[in-house]
Design a protein around this ligand. Structure first.
Ligand SMILES: [Zn+2]
Ligand SMILES: [Zn+2]
Length: 405
C-alpha cells in the first residue's frame, strides 16, 4: 500500500483552509478569551470524529483522533491567541475587533492543524496509533502551554512525540526549517521598581530622586551583556518601558521599568540575573534608594529532539523538496512550545510565509502583518506527513541537498 500524498490532498483543501483562516482573522481573540475560536475548533474536530475536551487550560481544546490500529501517540499543536494591535489593512478579511489582530499568524496555525486533522482523519483506518490535537490559548507571553499541561492536556494519552510550527514571514513562502538542537531563546520579563523619596523640584537635597537613580541603573545595565557575558555566548537584555514622575517641579518618588532577558543557556541567564541584582543593590544603596525586582519566566529555550527533528526534516523534504533548510541560526524570539518539550520529545518548525512581490512580508507583530495563504496547504502536508511518519515508525532520512539559510 502506498503512503498518502498529503501535499496533493492538502492542496485540495485550500479553499477550506483559507475560509477558516479568514474567519479567524476577522474575529481575533486575546489570550484566554479564545471562546469563539475554541468553539470553531471543537466543532470541526467533532465533525471529524475526534473525542474533544474543551476548557482545557481555560480556553484550550484537545482533540483525540484514534487510528484503526494500535500504536504510539503523536501530538500536533496550534496556538489560538491574537495580539493587542490595531490592524492596518484594507483586506476584506481584516480584523473586525477594534485593537485586536492576528499579527503573529496564529490564525494560520489553527487552520493548518485543523487541515492536518482533516487529512489524518481521512486515513484514520490505516493509521497506527493516535493523534493528539492540542489547540492552546495565550501563547503571547501568558503561559497558555503551561496552563494546558497543568490541566492534563498531555496526560491521557501521553504523547510520544510532538510537532508544532510557526509561520515565518522572514523566510520565503514554502521554505521549511526543522533543525535539531537549539532553536529559540528563553524569555523572561523583568519588572523593576526604583524607590526614592519624593520632594520639591527646587529642594533636591531633601529628596532621593528616583529618576536620577534610574539613569545610573540604565547605563550600568548596558555593561552586563557587553562586559559580563562571555562574548562566545548570546544574551539580550532590553529595557522596554520607563515610567516615572508626575510634574516638572516634583522629584519622582518612584520609577517603574519593564524589560526582557533572552538567552540560550540557563548559566548565561543566571549570570545576567546575578549581575542585574548586584548592580541594582550597589547603585540604589549608593544613592540612598531601594528597589524591587520581579522576574517572570515566559518560556524556556526551544531545543528540538534530534530523532523527532530528523523525521520532521524527512517530512519537509517530502513536502517541499530541496527548499527545506538544513540549518539556520537560532532565533532570539521565544515560544512556549518549549513547555511541551519538557515532557515530550518534539520538533518545532519554521515555515516560510513571506512573499515580498505581493507585499506580504511585514514582520510578525506589525499592524500590517499578513502572509501568503498558499502556505496553508504546505503546512497541512508538513504536519500530516510528520505525524504519519512518526506513527508508522518511518526511519527515512532526508535526501537531496538542503539549501543553506
Ligand atoms: Zn507572536
Ligand atoms: Zn506566534
Amino acid at each position: 500500500m502506498t503512503a498518502p500524498d498529503y501535499r496533493a490532498e492538502a492542496e485540495g483543501l485550500l479553499d477550506q483552509l483559507v475560509a477558516w483562516r479568514r474567519d479567524l482573522h476577522r474575529h481575533p481573540e486575546l489570550g484566554y478569551h479564545e471562546t469563539r475560536t475554541a468553539a470553531l475548533v471543537a466543532r470541526v474536530l467533532r465533525d471529524l470524529g475526534c473525542e474533544v475536551r474543551t476548557g482545557v487550560g481555560r480556553t484550550g481544546v484537545v482533540g483525540l483522533l484514534r487510528g484503526g490500529r494500535p500504536g504510539p501517540t503523536v501530538m500536533l499543536r496550534a496556538d489560538m491567541d491574537a495580539l493587542p494591535i490595531q490592524e492596518e489593512s484594507e483586506a476584506p478579511y481584516a480584523s473586525q475587533a477594534p485593537g485586536v489582530m492576528h499579527a503573529c499568524g496564529h490564525d494560520g496555525h489553527v487552520a493548518m492543524v485543523l487541515g492536518a486533522a482533516t487529512l489524518l482523519a481521512r486515513h484514520a483506518a490505516t493509521l497506527p496509533g493516535r493523534v493528539l490535537l492540542v489547540f492552546q490559548p495565550a501563547e503571547e507571553g501568558d503561559g497558555g502551554a503551561a496552563a494546558m499541561i497543568a490541566d492534563g492536556a498531555l496526560a491521557d494519552p501521553v504523547p510520544d512525540a510532538a510537532f508544532g510550527l510557526h509561520l515565518w514571514n522572514a523566510m520565503p513562502m514554502g521554505r521549511v526549517c526543522a533543525q535539531a538542537g537549539l532553536f529559540m531563546a528563553s524569555a523572561d520579563v523583568l519588572r523593576i521598581h526604583i524607590h526614592g523619596r519624593g520632594g520639591h523640584g527646587a529642594l533636591p537635597h531633601e529628596a532621593v530622586d528616583a529618576i536620577a537613580v534610574t539613569g545610573q541603573v540604565l547605563s550600568a545595565l548596558q555593561t552586563i551583556v557587553s562586559r559580563n557575558v562571555d562574548p562566545q555566548e548570546i544574551a539580550v537584555l532590553t529595557i522596554g518601558t520607563v515610567r516615572g514622575g508626575a510634574a516638572f517641579n516634583i522629584i519622582a518618588e518612584q520609577v517603574a521599568l519593564e524589560g526582557t532577558i533572552r538567552t540560550f543557556s540557563p548559566a548565561v541567564r543566571e549570570t545576567v540575573l546575578t549581575r542585574l541584582r548586584v548592580l541594582l543593590d550597589g547603585i540604589t544603596v549608593g544613592m540612598g534608594a531601594s528597589y524591587t525586582l520581579a522576574v517572570q519566566t515566559v518560556a524556556p529555550t526551544v531545543v528540538n529532539d534530534p530523532a523527532v527533528s530528523e523525521l520532521a526534516r524527512a517530512a519537509a523534504v517530502q513536502v517541499v523538496g530541496n527548499t527545506a533548510v538544513a540549518w539556520r541560526p537560532p532565533l532570539m524570539v521565544s515560544e512556549d512550545f518549549a513547555e511541551y518539550q519538557r515532557y515530550v520529545p518534539s520538533c518545532f518548525m519554521l515555515l516560510g510565509s513571506g512573499n515580498a512581490a505581493l507585499g506580504l512580508n511585514a514582520p510578525h507583530h506589525n499592524p500590517r502583518f499578513d502572509f501568503d495563504e498558499r502556505v496553508l496547504p504546505i503546512g497541512v502536508a508538513l504536519l500530516a506527513t510528520a505525524a504519519a511518519k512518526f506513527l508508522s515508525g518511518s526511519q527515512e532520512v532526508p535526501v537531496g541537498r538542503l539549501v543553506d539559510w
